[in-house]
Design a protein around this ligand. Structure first.
Ligand code: NDP
Ligand code: AOF
Ligand code: ZN
Length: 352
């Protein structure tokens, strides 16, 4: 089997990982091949769980089968102990002849170090610099290379483009089938942002529901530029992170003074370790993110039903890149091409 085919099999395995389960960990796949035969396949299934290489190893008929075999893995084996032991150390005991890697890990803690450890132990290592890992893990790469979170905008609209039936009131637009998809989207995010008007009107919970969570609930964030929420009971803002330009309000716990607009908020969330940030409206805040080019992808859930009147949603200046039917709702996914190109251009040269 040629190396690209082996890596493609590993990428197919990686794609089985569900982003809402792997959360801030990358989706990684691994296959173990000997004498042209695929002996085992594995992928990283959930945040905090076994890594792809280990899952493949556990699927071998016997541990000794790994002796003299080639391990194909989409991402460089990790070099430092995290939630599990470092793979670049564990796999040294398996007796592998070769390791073929799709891409180096953009995480500086491992970048190039995993390869070094394997080579130092006498294993032949090849890095083919394929794009699969990057495509499977846009947020992981964005975070580690740009030190900024990946931003997903999301809005639900009626068939005729309303986000709410009555100004000043919360309306249910989507049904339970679409809502489950929304909760799966929420589950992959480190933080979810809403505007102050949505906070006041909807009193949103912004929690992940009906999905088995392998990690913590997303951090809830509200942008309250003028500080109108300063007079809300403290209990209602408990567990929320608030950004405001109101210096007095910013003296309260969990309230951060914003001095550099939306880019400043995104940079601050990045510094707080948030990798994947979702903006759940309302339309005014959404338009600000779009205008500032502060977004990577946008999901619009368009319900089949019409509303007689209401608050207008948003229209994106491009066609959707992907359309999916979810029961009585159509989900359009838009990719920000400007940012996608710049992500590509920022690729680091190989260091090994
Ligand atoms: N169907 C759906 O998916 C959703 C529907 N909704 C509905 O939308 C309505 C509320 O939306 P909307 O009225 O648009 O309000 P938003 O929730 O978008 O909040 C608007 C506020 O966000 C702040 N803001 C906006 N842009 C910026 C910026 N560039 N920098 C800093 N702060 C900014 C401003 O605060 P300040 O005024 O202090 O400057 C502004 O008043 C409600 O009816 C709600 O039910 C809401 C979310 C999702
Ligand atoms: N109304 C509406 C949405 N509204 C979004 O969900 C938030 C409420 O979240 P929660 O309190 O957790 O249920 C709300 O403030 C707004 O951001 N989303 C949708 O998928 N479909 C809908 O019909
Ligand atoms: Zn690992």
């Amino acid at each position: 089997m040629d190396d690209l085919t082996g890596l493609r099999l590993a990428a197919i395995a990686a794609a089985k990982a569900q982003p809402e389960q792997t959360f801030e960990n990358p989706r990684v796949g691994a296959v173990i091949v000997k004498a042209d035969q695929v002996l085992a396949v594995g992928w990283h299934e959930r945040f905090g769980g076994a890594h792809a290489e280990m899952n493949a190893f556990h699927h071998l008929g016997a541990a000794r089968d790994a002796q003299g075999a080639t391990l194909y893995v989409t991402l460089e084996p990790c070099a430092v102990r995290g939630k599990v032991a470092a793979c670049a150390e564990t796999i040294l005991d398996w007796g592998l002849a070769r390791v073929v890697i799709g891409d180096l890990d953009p995480n500086p803690a491992t970048h190039g170090l995993g390869v070094q450890k394997l080579r130092a132990a006498g294993i032949s290592v090849v890095v083919l610099d394929t794009d699969d890992s990057r495509q499977l893990n846009p947020a992981f790469y964005q975070y580690h290379e740009q030190h900024q979170p990946y931003i997903q905008l999301k809005l639900a609209q009626s068939h005729n483009g309303y986000v709410s039936a009555v100004r000043g009131q919360r309306s249910k637009i989507t049904d339970a089938v679409a809502d489950l998809d929304v909760h799966r989207q929420r589950a992959r995010h480190s933080a979810i942002i809403v505007g102050s008007e949505t906070w006041r009107i909807d009193q949103p919970r912004l929690t992940v529901r009906d999905v088995v969570l392998t990690h913590q609930q997303p951090q809830r964030v509200v942008i309250d530029r003028r500080g109108r929420l300063a007079h809300e009971p403290a209990a209602r803002l408990k567990d929320w992170l608030v950004y405001t330009e109101n210096a007095r309000f910013a003296q309260q716990e969990n309230v951060v003074l914003m001095s550099a607009g939306l880019p400043g908020i995104i940079a601050d969330l990045g510094r707080k370790g948030m990798q994947y940030v979702m903006v759940e409206g309302g339309p005014t805040l959404m338009r600000s993110f779009l205008q500032a080019q502060l977004w990577h992808e946008c999901l619009i859930y368009t319900a089949d039903r019409l509303l007689a009147n209401g608050v207008s949603g948003i229209v994106l200046p491009q066609l959707p890149d992907d359309i999916q039917r979810i029961g009585h709702t159509q989900r359009q996914r838009y990719i920000n091409q400007e940012v996608a190109t710049c992500l590509q251009a920022s690729r680091k040269p190989l260091v090994v």
